[in-house]
Design a protein around this ligand. Sequence first.
Ligand code: FES
Length: 113
Amino acid sequence: MAWRPTGVKESDLAEASLRGAVAGALPVVLVRLAGTIHAVAGACPHIGGDLADGTLELGKLTCPLHGATFDIVSGAVRADPFGVVPPEGGVEPLPRYPVRVVDGEIQVDAPDG
Ligand code: FES
């Protein structure tokens, strides 16, 4: 793991919005909730849907491909693909990464490679 720049300014990430970015070689989604910035994987753990094209509602991110839903703060699965609630293990939790801001830019502690 190493701190990687995202090219996204903290001031450009509005409350309750999401934005796709790349940290090193890792696609991520940046979200600001209640003033805190979160970074989660940009590829859905199901079969890789682009979560930057997903929807954010009440702290939950929904995949645009098959509708799996994840808690932004914990990464926990709230709905399996195809809307299965409660989830039955149809998808792994959403990976999360540490975030920091340096000189106004959001950085993510992303895996090597
Ligand atoms: S790729 Fe995300 S739910 Fe299928």
